[in-house]
Structures are given as structure tokens and as C-alpha cells.
Design a protein around this ligand. Structure first.
Ligand code: ASP
Ligand code: MG
Length: 418
């Protein structure tokens, strides 16, 4: 059994969808589960729609029309038969969303967000499934929400692994054994029957969850890049593809910001030793990268991961107390309550410094919550660089002329905020 994941770029227009068809004609075959993301930038558009709907702003109607128009163009580019049941199904989905916009929105924005934004994956999977069926690649559309069970953490659903595994292995697996199944990435459902999304770019994670539950032989993430690169080719012209990498190294890379794989993807695969291939849908016969080899090559090139738009917050106590256990525990409690992720931290006797993604709404709340007890200062517009397998030479070259604000170094990795 194999799981194929196609991201937004791979289905951004009719040509792209046709290309997915071609990839599946060659590489598909028996026992394949296809996981697809929303088309192109649909999720961004639906985020705006969710905000407008939540505020009951009349722009919701225009935003809805824009989303519909993009999908209509793709549907007509694919020549999906208007009389078919699948065409009606797609139309009905749009009517459903349109009607939902007339309701008074729930007071929990994150919940509203998930109910609206999840339509992106429903549209794309319906369209892809219909197109594939009409072009002879017989498949069955299934709703991922039937199988992926989460808690109530809207926008960042936590998986109920036991129940999800049971649903996938008992209910989905027999179907995939019989025919290709097309389903959605990014979405699941909680016990109250509401949609819960798994976090932005979470479709890779969905593919891993399905592979875990199916005990799949392998997962392939089809991308518009050749594979996992040692650096962002847009920033480093000498970037090269890594042919093979171990699970731990891939986890580190994804965690520190390599956008090629969603950070949560690898561990479920690692736990069942399911290899992950990252391949180009533009050059599908090329080798790509395999994630999951036993041991990284000795001569792995330095990998350079950059996270931009970082903020550095320095926290010191107002009552002259040292920043030790008590204070750290207070500070961490606030971070956890606000779901703020720390990218790098450093502490000294009198201060605690954290590097975070500069998300204004979260940082404002953080400053408010910590402001009573602590003196805070913030520096914005920074970059976090994570370099693994570095050599002194490569560091010199990469950091030359950069003003380093904090640095953390182990034998294998170095992280700097510049
Ligand atoms: N469509 C979602 C997003 O853009 C999930 C994904 O693409 O993986 O965040
Ligand atoms: Mg996407």
C-alpha cells in the first residue's frame, strides 16, 4: 500500500491537475491512497473569507465568488462533464459553503476558521477525483474526516492516535485494497462532529497519519522541487539535493524551518519505519530524496535553514529575582497558554531571551500577560539560521558580515539569530 500526497502547487490550475493524472497513470496502480491539499493559494483566500464571515463583513460575498471562480475555471479546463453526478457534488459543496455564510458565526474564531477553510481540500479532492475518473483512473472519493479523529484544538488538531488508527485500518484499508482512494489532507473531525484542521501546511502530516494507520509500504510527497535540498535554492545558488537522509536529520530540518516537509510528518513514519520519498511532480522519473535511511552519509553537505520574520524577546524580572526555576515556570506557563512556539532560547542569571516567529497577535498578548511581572524588550525583523553538519569554513562563509545576536552551538548544529 502506498500513500501519495499532492500539495497545492500540484493542483493549482487545470494543467497541473492533468499532470497529476499523468503521474498517477505511470506511478499509481494498485492500493494507492491519494491525499490532496487545497488548490494553489485557496487556503489563503478561505482564511480571508473566514475572517469576513466571522465579522459579518459584506466582503464575504465577494471573497466567496472569487474562490468559486478559480475553481470553476479549473473545472471547465478539465472538461468535467456537467451532467455527471460528480459535477453536481462539486456544485453542492459550493452551495453548502454559500449557505453556511448566511449563518450567524460561532463566537470561537478558531472553530469558525476550521469550518470554512476546510472547504479548500473538499473542493480540490472532489475535482481531482472526478477528473481522474473521467480520464480512466478509477478511484473513489472519501472524506478524511471519517478517519482522522482529533481533540477540540481548532486550527492545530491533536490526533487521537488509537481511534484514528482503528478507523483507518478497519474501515479505510479494505477500501484502498480494492481501488484507488482520493481524500483530503489537512482536515479531521472531533468527537462533537466539527471539522478540525491540523495546522497550516498540514497535508503532509495527514499523509503520514494515513500511512501509519494503513501500515503503508511507503509515502511519496510530490513537490515542485527536486527533493530535499541542503539550502533554499532561491537564496543559495549552490544548493544541492540530498539523495538520502535519516529520519532524525529530516525531523531536525523540518522542525527548524525547511518548508519542504511539515515537521510533524516524520515521526509517525519513523515509528513504523515507513520510508518517505520526496519527488518532483514536474520530473517524476527523477530520483528525488528518500527519507528514512539508517545512517546519514559521512559527507552530508552542510544544511542551511533560514527562518525569517523572527522576533527576539528579552525577559527580566522587575523584583530583582533571578531567572531560575520559579520565573521560568511562570514564563513557560504563559507561553503554553498562548500556544506560542519558541524557536530558540537562552537564559542567564537575570534574563531569558527567546526567539519566536513574529506573529503580532500572539506577541501582543504575550507582552500583555508578562508585562506586569517582567521587563520586556523586543527586537524585530531578524532571521534564525540553523546550520547542520557545518565546517568552520562553511560557517565563515555563511556568517560573514552578519551581526549575531545570539548563538547556540553543538558538535553538529549551530543556530544563530542575526
Ligand atoms: N491547504 C492547507 C494549507 O495551505 C494545507 C496544506 O497545503 O498542506 O495550509
Ligand atoms: Mg497549501
Amino acid at each position: 500500500m502506498r500513500v501519495f500526497k499532492f500539495g497545492g502547487a500540484s493542483v493549482k490550475n487545470a494543467e497541473a491537475v492533468k499532470n497529476v493524472g499523468n503521474v498517477l497513470k505511470v506511478f499509481g496502480g494498485e492500493e494507492v491512497l491519494v491525499v490532496v491539499s487545497a488548490m494553489g493559494k485557496t487556503t489563503n483566500s478561505l482564511e480571508l473569507l473566514a475572517q469576513a464571515y466571522f465579522k459579518n463583513d459584506p466582503s464575504k460575498y465577494t471573497l466567496f465568488k472569487e474562490v468559486k471562480k478559480i475553481h470553476d475555471e479549473i473545472i471547465s479546463g478539465l472538461l468535467i462533464t456537467k451532467e455527471s453526478q460528480t459535477y453536481t457534488d462539486i456544485e453542492n459543496l459550493f452551495i453548502e459553503l454559500d449557505c453556511e455564510l448566511e449563518n450567524v458565526a460561532d463566537s470561537n474564531f478558531d472553530k469558525v476558521y476550521d469550518q470554512i477553510v476546510s472547504y479548500g481540500e473538499l473542493f480540490s479532492s472532489k475535482i481531482l477525483s472526478a477528473y481522474l475518473n473521467e480520464s480512466g483512473i478509477k478511484n473513489r472519493w472519501m472524506d478524511a474526516q471519517n478517519f482522522i479523529s482529533t481533540d477540540n484544538t481548532y486550527r492545530e488538531g491533536k490526533i487521537d492516535w488509537e481511534y484514528t488508527q482503528l478507523l483507518i485500518s478497519k474501515k479505510l484499508k479494505p477500501i484502498v485494497k480494492k481501488q484507488m482512494v482520493v481524500t483530503q489532507g489537512f482536515i479531521g473531525k472531533n468527537k462533537d462532529n466539527f471539522t478540525v484542521t491540523l495546522g497550516r501546511e498540514g497535508s503532509d502530516y495527514s499523509a503520514a497519519i494515513f500511512a501509519f494507520g494503513l501500515d503503508a509500504e511507503q509515502v511519496t510527497i510530490w513537490k515542485d522541487v527536486a527533493g530535499v535540498m541542503n539550502a533554499d535554492p532561491k537564496k543559495h545558488e549552490d544548493a544541492i539535493k540530498i539523495d538520502a537522509i535519516s529520519y532524525p536529520s529530516a525531523i531536525e530540518m523540518a522542525y527548524y524551518g525547511a518548508t519542504v516537509i511539515h515537521p510533524k510528518t516524520i515521526q509517525p513514519l519513523q515509528s513504523k519505519k515507513i520510508p518517505l520519498f520526496v519527488k518532483s511532480f514536474l520530473d517524476p522519473t527523477a530520483d528525488g530524496t528518500i527519507v528514512g535511511i539508517e545512517k546519514d552519509a559521512e559527507n552530508l553537505p552542510p544544511t542551511i535553514i533560514s527562518k525569517s520574520n523572527q522576533a527576539l524577546i528579552s525577559i527580566s524580572s522587575k523584583d530583582f529575582s533571578f531567572i531560575v526555576e520559579d520565573n521560568l515556570s511562570n514564563i513557560f506557563t504563559v507561553f503554553a497558554a498562548l500556544k506560542v512556539k519558541i524557536n530558540l532560547m537562552q537564559n542567564s542569571a537575570i534574563s531569558f531571551i527567546v526567539c519566536l516567529d513574529n506573529e503580532t497577535h500572539k506577541i501582543d498578548k504575550l507582552l500583555k500577560n508578562l508585562g506586569n511581572a517582567y521587563n520586556l524588550s523586543i527586537k524585530e525583523g531578524l532571521e534564525l539560521l540553523t546550520i547542520s553538519n557545518y565546517t568552520e569554513n562553511s560557517l565563515k562563509k555563511l556568517l560573514d558580515g552578519k551581526h549575531i545576536l545570539i548563538e547556540q552551538k553543538t558538535e553538529k548544529n549551530i543556530q544563530v539569530v542575526v
